[in-house]
Ligand binder design. Structure first.
Ligand code: NDP
Ligand code: 2IT
Length: 455
């Protein structure tokens, strides 16, 4: 797919013009610009010899959400104060299936972050091969320090508006940062009450009411399965490797669990306060303690050192600890250019993204220039939404598959995504997984949009 010098110059000029227009139309949305730029710089050269896509203005259409729903969420706290938050659902693209994607409750949530996440979700969901469009939603609600009653009232108020915009064949939300088992349960309970029907309109549900086995583990397990496939291309494996994991929420916990199961040594975990470094390795017992601390006690990772030893580095990220493999599993832009250079100079061979867009574009450039095995989020963390898709299927069939069955399907899907990345991203001896994921995700959605005509 190598372009001539003239074609490359034309593509570069078009990319610049396209990004200038996108930034003008979406002023003040830096995360959305970043996510689009990362995709467009692969898609624009790919489109050079594809007149049908160009004539149909596919890229302009794919970067404009189908709709954005914004609503007031009004609730009362434990002191009877009236509180107001802003709820949003970005229904980005439903060309290949009903809208699907998580809900994020975090103080930083804004339209730029939700549009970047919704845009990414379109490509990610396409890569899974399941029939799912892309969406994302959430609120600028901070669950930290809130009582269960406050979280319940917030979730019920949030769903009291969202319910009219979603449905099992329309839009199926799920969890993300700040939305775990507790929040999904409150949200689903309220949805069921308002609609007076029991359908799988939310995924990540409890096992007693339609949830799928392995959904809790899926994003983290999938991220490690993807890493294992990448290592396999160089005849290598996870066993014996020193691993850095950031975050300590859902994705980080099950990334760490699978790494330990496969013989890796997990040295770090983190939260928004800082990171812990345990040179002896975080084993299964220590990890179980962390899962309980973060999921049930809602504590801070800093508490780890009093119980298990090791070091706590306040306000810092773990990327300076020497390692073989790195798994950013906390949040966007948590791994910057300087971190990427440090990882490379410390001998890191692989980065597999559990979080969405954790690496900046400058960090990604360093990884690719140094031919590191770099698994971008839309490929490496697609296991979560893939098992959400399997949960929808089980709900529609009114049955539940075994743990082994779901895990096997998850593994097959991650291997398949890896193959797609190789097909679209092979560049001589090197596999550019960023390009592979972008083009592999793009083609199916673009073909569906072409087939529909102008809409
Ligand atoms: P959780 O809420 O379970 O955990 C989030 C973790 O990241 C916590 O440790 C949190 O720390 C930390 N974190 C959040 N924001 C920041 C920040 N601004 N700076 C530093 N640390 C931060 O969320 P998940 O594990 O579900 O999500 C983690 C990432 O994975 C997100 O990028 C999400 O979009 C992505 N993802 C999640 C999927 C899922 O199925 N859940 C699927 C695919 C991707 P603290 O406790 O201090 O807030
Ligand atoms: O970013 C993601 O893929 C998710 N938060 C999971 C979405 C889902 O619908 O399971």
């Amino acid at each position: 797919m190598a372009l001539s010098k003239a074609q490359q110059a034309k593509a570069d000029a078009y990319l610049e013009k396209f990004m200038t227009g996108l930034k003008r139309r979406n002023a003040g949305q830096p995360e959305f610009h970043q996510a689009v730029h990362e995709v467009a710089r692969d898609v624009v050269p790919f489109l050079q010899d594809k007149q049908a896509y160009k004539d149909a203005h596919i890229l302009d259409r794919m970067t404009e959400p189908d709709r954005v729903i914004v609503f007031r969420v009004c609730w009362t706290d434990d002191d009877n104060n009236v509180r107001v938050n802003r709820g949003t659902r970005v229904q980005f693209n439903n060309s290949i299936g009903p809208y699907k994607g998580g809900l994020r409750f975090h103080k930083s949530v804004n339209i730029s972050i939700l549009k970047f996440l919704g845009f990414e979700q379109v490509f990610k969901n396409s890569l899974t091969t399941l029939p799912m469009g892309g969406a994302k939603g959430g609120a600028n609600f901070n669950p930290h320090g809130k009582s269960d009653g406050e979280v319940m009232r917030f979730c019920q108020a949030f769903m009291s508006e969202l319910f009219r915009h979603i449905g099992p064949n329309t839009d199926i939300p799920a969890g993300d940062i700040g939305v775990g088992a507790r929040e999904v349960s409150y949200l689903f309970g309220q949805y069921k009450r308002l609609e007076n029907e029991f359908t799988g309109t939310i995924t990540g549900k409890g096992l007693a009411f339609g949830g799928s086995l392995i959904r809790t583990e899926a994003t983290g397990y999938g991220c490690v399965y993807f890493a294992r496939e990448m290592l396999g291309t160089r005849g290598d494996e996870i066993k014996g490797k020193n691993c850095l994991v950031s975050g300590s929420g859902n994705v980080a916990q099950y990334t760490a669990e699978k790494l330990i199961q496969l013989g890796g040594k997990v040295l770090t975990l983190s939260d928004s306060g800082g990171f812990i470094y345990d040179p002896k390795g975080i084993d299964e017992e220590k990890l179980a303690w962390i899962v309980d601390l973060k999921t049930n006690k809602r504590g801070r990772v800093s508490e780890y050192v009093d119980k298990w030893g090791g070091e706590y580095h306040e306000g810092k990220r773990p990327w300076g600890v020497p390692c073989d493999l790195a798994f950013p599993c906390a949040t966007q832009n948590e791994l910057e250019e300087g971190d990427a250079k440090t990882l490379i100079s410390n001998g890191c061979q692989l980065v597999s993204e559990g979080a969405n867009m954790p690496s900046t574009i400058e960090a990604i450039n360093i990884f690719i220039d140094n031919k590191l095995l770099f698994g971008p989020a839309k490929a490496a963390n697609a296991g979560g939404v893939a098992v959400s898709g399997l949960e929808q299927t089980q709900n529609a069939m009114r049955l539940s598959w075994t743990r082994e069955e779901v895990d096997k399907q998850l593994l097959d899907i991650m291997k398949n995504i890896h193959r797609t990345c190789v097909t679209y991203g092979k560049d001589g001896d090197f596999i550019n997984y960023v390009r592979g994921a972008n083009l592999g995700g793009f083609v199916k959605v673009a073909d569906a949009m072409l087939a529909y005509g102008v809409l």
